[in-house]
Design a protein around this ligand. Structure first.
Ligand SMILES: [Zn+2]
Length: 275
C-alpha cells in the first residue's frame, strides 16, 4: 500500500520544514488522554500504515502536519470503524438553529442562492440553508449519514461522495466546508477544487482548527486537535491564506478567541483577466 510521505508543506508548499514532535512523544500524551486519541494511538500500533513518524511544522507558514498520509483505502476503513454519530440526533434542533444563524449572516455576502455543504454529515446546514431560501446540496462520504439526511430533510439534494462526484459545470454561491480540510490527505488540491465550484460573486466558508493560535502554540503536543490519522493537517492563518491564494480574490479570517480558523473567501463577480 502506498503511504504518502510529505516532503513539502501541505498548506504553502514550502520545503523548509522541521520536526515539531515525534510519534513516541505524542503517543505518551495520546495514551494518557481520555478522548479518541487513545483509540487512534492503538489503531496505529495495530496497523503501521495508519501511523506517522513525526509531526512537522512549516518554517514559512507554521502549519503543522503529519509527515505521512495513510493510503486512501485504509483511511476509509479507519473512518468506518471510528466514525459513528453517537448522540447526534438529540443535537439536531440546536445544530439547525446554529446553522441558520450562520447562514443568515453569510447570505448578505452573496446574491445567488445555490448552497453546497462539503462534508454535510446528516444535513443540518443543508436544511438550514433551504429554510433560508437556498437551493441546497450536501456532499458526504458516509453513505449512512446521507441516507439519514435524505430521510430527515427531503427538500434537499444529498450525494454520497466528494467534490469529484459533482457533475462538471456546477457552481454554488455559498459553499460551506466546516471541519473537513484537516482530515483531507491533499488539502491544497482539495481547496483548489473547492475554489472551482464557487460561482463568480460567490463565497466559501471554511472552518478548521488553528495551529497558530497562541493558546496552543506553546503546547502543540497536548492540543486535542492533534489527532492523527483523523487530523492530518493543522493549518495556521498564513498557511490557509497561502492555500487559498490562487483560488479567491479576497480571504478574510475572522477573529476568534478559540483556536479555530473561520475563513470567508470570496470570488469576484467578474472573472479575473488571465495573463
Ligand atoms: Zn507552509
Amino acid at each position: 500500500m502506498d503511504i504518502v510521505r510529505r516532503t513539502g508543506c501541505p498548506a504553502c508548499g514550502s520545503a523548509r520544514l522541521r520536526v515539531a514532535f515525534t510519534r513516541a512523544d505524542w503517543q505518551v500524551v495520546a495514551q494518557a488522554s481520555i478522548d479518541s486519541r487513545r483509540d487512534f494511538a492503538r489503531a496505529m500500533a495495530a496497523e503501521p500504515a495508519l501511523g506517522f513518524e513525526a509531526f512537522l511544522v512549516c518554517e514559512d507558514c507554521a502549519t503543522l502536519f503529519a509527515d505521512r498520509v495513510p493510503p486512501p483505502a485504509l483511511l476509509e476503513q479507519f473512518y468506518q470503524h471510528y466514525h459513528g454519530n453517537p448522540g447526534y440526533a438529540e443535537k439536531i434542533p440546536r445544530k439547525l438553529a446554529l446553522e441558520r444563524r450562520r447562514i443568515f449572516a453569510l447570505k448578505f455576502l452573496t446574491r445567488g442562492r445555490r448552497f453546497l455543504d462539503i462534508g454535510c454529515n446528516i444535513g443540518c446546514a443543508v436544511e438550514a440553508a433551504r429554510r433560508s431560501g437556498f437551493t441546497a446540496t450536501g456532499l458526504e462520504l458516509d453513505a449512512s449519514a446521507v441516507a439519514a439526511a435524505a430521510r430527515r430533510f427531503p427538500g434537499n439534494r444529498f450525494l454520497v461522495g466528494t467534490l469529484e462526484t459533482l457533475a462538471p459545470g456546477q457552481y454554488f454561491d455559498l459553499v460551506q466546508c466546516t471541519e473537513v480540510v484537516e482530515h483531507v490527505p491533499e488539502p491544497r488540491d482539495f481547496l483548489a477544487r473547492l475554489g472551482t465550484v464557487v460561482a463568480p460573486g460567490g463565497i466559501a466558508l471554511i472552518t478548521t482548527p488553528d495551529a497558530g493560535h497562541r493558546s496552543v502554540r506553546e503546547a502543540l503536543l497536548e492540543w486535542p486537535e492533534v489527532k492523527p490519522p483523523e487530523h492530518l493537517t493543522l493549518f495556521s492563518r498564513a498557511g490557509m491564506r497561502a492555500a487559498l491564494a490562487g483560488q479567491f480574490d479576497l480571504v478574510w479570517i475572522l477573529p476568534n478567541r478559540k483556536p479555530g480558523l473561520q475563513v470567508i473567501a470570496r470570488r469576484n463577480r467578474a472573472p479575473k483577466a488571465r495573463a
